[in-house]
Every structure is written in structure tokens, then in C-alpha cells.
Design a protein around this ligand. Sequence first.
Ligand code: TXA
Ligand code: MG
Length: 336
Amino acid sequence: MKTLVLSPDEAGLARAAEIIRRGGLVAFPTETVYGLGADALSAQAVTRVFEVKGRPRFDPTIVHVAAPEEVRTLWKSIPPLAEMLMQRFWPGPLTLVLPKNRSVPDIVTAGLPTVAVRMPAHPVALKLIQAAGRPLAAPSANRFGRSSPTHHEHVLSDLDNQVEAVLAAGPTTVGIESTVLSLAEPTPRLLRPGGTALEALRELLPALRVDAPTGPSSSPGTLPRHYLPRTPLFLLESGPPEASGEYLERRRCGMLAFKEPWQAFGRVERLSPAGDLREAAAQFFAALRRLDAADLSAIVAEQVPEEGLGLAIADRLRRACSGRARLVGERVWIIR
Ligand code: TXA
Ligand code: MG
């Protein structure tokens, strides 16, 4: 199959919507990352999303709507808390999980009794959902386990010739996936930190739980190992070399720096010289992909402050890393 690269104009959107209505797959931009979209009410179309991504069936996907009213067809009922959050944060990078209606196919929710829904804040996403005339099920448009795509070129490098079309709208602005919040239990719970800062949610939800769920309300997709670059990534910490480990030459390593101007590495990506966590989030996945493509022995990553969008970046770093490293003179000590 030859993947159509469509411009996000009227003609491109009409073509994309037509593909969705016929049960095909279209990768489209959101403000967070590109999604791999299919008709959310077609089990067959969504099954292909899982196949193309190589995604396990136990990992449910998010359904995207173009207006808050559209949740009525997806959720059983809309509690006042959900109304309030939708009003405050939609369109935007906040996904809400609530008990689902029967019309939502089980493949979308991996058999869970709940469905995750969000209204993205990207004009192209909203226009596509409207033109298709149905909600879109869309996980991030990357191969399963790999970094999320923040540019249509990333989508093409992962999924070229496996999907019908990609709407080519350049880089996304937020750069990190949506925050996932469950309202399906007595106390709201954070299932995944993301583009909506925890601090902003806490203002409205003082009782918000952030501990990992157990049992049926858990978020099966938030696996401990995810976002994996091909080059092993290590989180930088300070201290002398530990008893067990090995040295790597710094120039054979790449550095994913937050704001410090690290120079003595084979390649350096700085997320935000000004130390702005929003800018860092927007740069994160693209910087990781560039380092991964640079033919290095390892990538070492600086920790970021766990506040604002830094919480989501730190979460992705933890799940992308293979271990810890320390700097010792001109070398990198990989802790084994
Ligand atoms: O920003 C985003 O959220 C992007 C764009 C494309 O919208 N989408 C995205 O989708 O990141 P995905 O499929 O890569 O991540 C969906 C997350 C997973 O961690 C999954 O476990 C969780 O949402 N999730 C989906 N449905 C759920 C449910 N019913 N209950 C609990 N967690 C759910
Ligand atoms: Mg993903």
C-alpha cells in the first residue's frame, strides 16, 4: 500500500474523511502527538490500528471527539465532575476515563468497561473528526513501544506504506501525550501524567490520587518499559562510579540535556536552553529520535524538574531508559 501524504487543506481533509468512513487508517496531527486514527465505532477498522502498530490487544486506545456533546454516544453518563473538567480543559491534552456505552467496540477499550475520551486542540484534528462524522479511535502513530511522533515525518519513518494516509501538518506544539485521568472510581485518579499539568488539575480536584492503580481500573497501556529508542538510554545521576558497571567514552555517547550546555559528548540535544519545561516537552520526542539516529553507543539523559510538564517528561524518561549512568572524568560510567 502506498501511503498518501495529504496536505491539511479542504481537499486533503475530504479525502482523509472518506478513507476513515470506508474503514481505513489516517494519521493526523493533534496538539500533543500524531494519532493513528480509525472509525472508533468500527471494530474492524480499530483492529487494523492494533495490527499496524504491533500493539498488544490489552492496551486500550483513546477516542477523539470534536465537541463535548459527542461524549454522550460514548459514555454511559456524564457526572458533574466530568462536565466541569471538559469545560475547563477541552479542547486540550486531557483524557477522561468513564464507563462506556455498548456502542463502543471492545477492541477500543481492550475489554475494559470504561472508555478514554478527549477533544484535541488542533484545528486539523477537529476538522477531520467533523468531516468523518464519527469519533476517531487513535493511539499515537508510532510502532508500539517506540517514541511518539511529533512530526508527520516521524509517522512516515515508522508506518510508511502501512496506512492509507497521513495528514502532513508539521510539528505538534505540546509534544507530549495527553494526561489521562480516571473518573471511573470514587476518587479521581491520574493514570498517566501528560500535557495538562498536575498542578492545574489539583486546583479543581484537591483529592486527586496519583498512586498507581491496582485491579480492573488500572491503565494497562502504561507499561514500565515504553518509548524505547534503539540506542540504550541511561538516566544521569551524580556520584562516584559504583562497584559494578562499565565505562563508555563520552564521545561515543549522546547527551539529552535539559538546559546545560554539555559539550564533551558525541552529540548533544538541549531541550530548552532557557529551562522552560513547556519548550522541553515540545522538543522531547524529536530530540530523542535525532539522538537515536546518530549511531551512538548510548544516550545519557539529564533529569528534569518534576513540576509542570516536567512530570510527564520525567515519566517518559523513566520508561525509555535501560538504567542509570554517572559522569566520571571524560567517561560515562554505566551502572550495571
Ligand atoms: O495525546 C494523546 O493522548 C495521544 C493523541 C494521539 O491523542 N494519544 C495517545 O494514545 O497517547 P495511546 O494509545 O498511545 O495512549 C493511551 C493511554 C494508554 O496509556 C492507555 O492505557 C490509556 O490511555 N487508556 C486508554 N483507555 C483506557 C481505559 N479505558 N482505562 C484506562 N486507561 C486507558
Ligand atoms: Mg503511545
